[in-house]
Design a protein. Sequence first.
Length: 96
Amino acid sequence: MDLLTLEHFAGCLNETFMADIQGLEAPFVLVEAAPVQATLPGAQRTPFSLLFHNGSPLLFPQQTFRMRHPRLGDVGIFLVPIAQNREGFVYQAVFN
């Protein structure tokens, strides 16, 4: 796949990405895809941020997850847990 951009993910809002976590699959729902207000001279893409929600009561550590989506295929996404709510945890990925 070419360099991932915001446009790749914008059409996937509220869709599930399945993450491979030690041989088990965990669903992460993409709840936000937004540009990041930053200017990086010579950048190959406009920076953007993704927020995913996972309903597991377990907190997964920050790491690169191999995630599968029907249209995007398999992609490695570095997720960082940033919040907890009643339904689980919110994770963020930032692409520079």
